[in-house]
Design a protein around this ligand. Structure first.
Ligand SMILES: Nc1ncnc2c1ncn2[C@@H]1O[C@H](COP(=O)(O)OP(=O)(O)OP(=O)(O)O)[C@@H](O)[C@H]1O
Ligand SMILES: [Mg+2]
Length: 285
């Protein structure tokens, strides 16, 4: 994990990395994580004529939270969706570059995409529990992946995941009731419990709090802090306060380009790139 040092770019260096993409990566700052789980190099994504990501390279490290920020349409969601191949299903999408999870090629022909999505879990903007009971929402993944040998083991996984998602005390008496009957904030914690239940390595979060009130948001932020001790987390957010509260590193995207990456404190107090500065000071976006 990169510590917030308040250092300048000179210390972080400029990351001109070998690219498999079309040009030279112009990202300012250090794209590397100390202990990377995900490494992306020279990522280019086209949706038909739209060039949504341009030669993006970035690591996501173990036990760290990376916040992806930038104006609407800059490619944040596109980037995280590449990491568990959620873009595969969108017709006309062309993805090039190198994407690795623990050194393994995410886009290898023999990659089991269902397994990949268990290892790289995702939490969306709008909580999306399955139309099943609270228990079954969490039990579903462990069951299809054969993670529990008995009902007892399954119970342990379900209760443990709900506990880690900070939801168990609120739902212990109603595990058989539909997940969709919970409040928005509870549903989002249920979705986090569901992601955790299959022991992922990485959790991707795409604006996970934008449909929540400030109290539910604070609970999710506490939870992110708590679970980042065990997982690598990439979170897309439009709230710079949230990025400042939950992340150790920030990646600033602009029009499909990764403009700057750095320690959260530095990005918000002393950004190196003018575009980052304009955005974080509210002059743009
Ligand atoms: N399914 C799609 N088909 C075609 N173009 C798409 C698709 N999804 C995204 N795009 C385009 O790709 C670009 C990047 O979109 P993306 O959703 O990644 O941006 P974003 O940074 O997540 O924006 P927001 O903050 O509004 O969620 C945009 O120009 C968008 O219009
Ligand atoms: Mg988005």
């Amino acid at each position: 994990m990169e510590l917030a040092t308040g250092s300048t770019t000179a210390a972080e260096g400029s990351a001109t990395v070998p690219s498999t993409g079309s040009g030279t990566c112009q990202t300012v700052g250090n794209i590397h994580a100390r202990d990377p789980v995900i490494t992306v190099r020279g990522c280019n994504v086209h949706y038909g004529e739209t060039h949504a990501l341009k030669d993006v390279s970035l690591d996501i490290g173990r036990n760290e939270v990376v916040a992806l920020i930038g104006p609407s349409g800059c490619g944040k969601s596109t980037f995280i969706r590449c990491l568990n191949r959620m873009n595969d299903t969108i017709e006309g999408t062309r993805i090039t570059g190198e994407f690795r999870l623990d050194g393994q090629d995410i886009y290898a022909r023999d990659m089991d995409v269902v397994m990949l999505r268990a290892r790289v879990g995702m939490v969306f903007q709008k909580p999306n529990p399955f139309p099943k009971s609270i228990y079954e929402n969490v039990a579903y993944g462990p069951r299809i992946h054969g993670l529990a040998g008995s009902r007892r083991e399954l119970d342990d996984i379900v209760y443990g995941s709900l506990e880690r998602a900070g939801l168990l005390d609120e739902v212990r008496q109603r595990l058989d009731e539909p997940g969709t009957g919970l409040s928005g904030g509870q549903q989002q914690r249920l979705c986090i419990a569901r992601a955790i239940a299959v022991s992922p390595e990485v959790i991707l979060m795409d604006e996970p709090c934008s449909a929540l009130d400030p109290i539910a948001t604070a609970r999710i932020e506490d939870l992110i802090d708590e679970i980042s001790r065990n997982y690598a987390i990439a979170i897309v957010t439009h709230s710079m306060q949230q990025a400042a509260r939950v992340s150790q590193r920030v990646a600033y995207f602009h029009l499909g380009t990764l403009v700057e990456v750095g320690a959260t404190d530095r990005i918000f107090t002393n950004p190196s790139h003018r575009l980052t500065e304009d955005y974080v000071t509210g002059r743009f976006g």
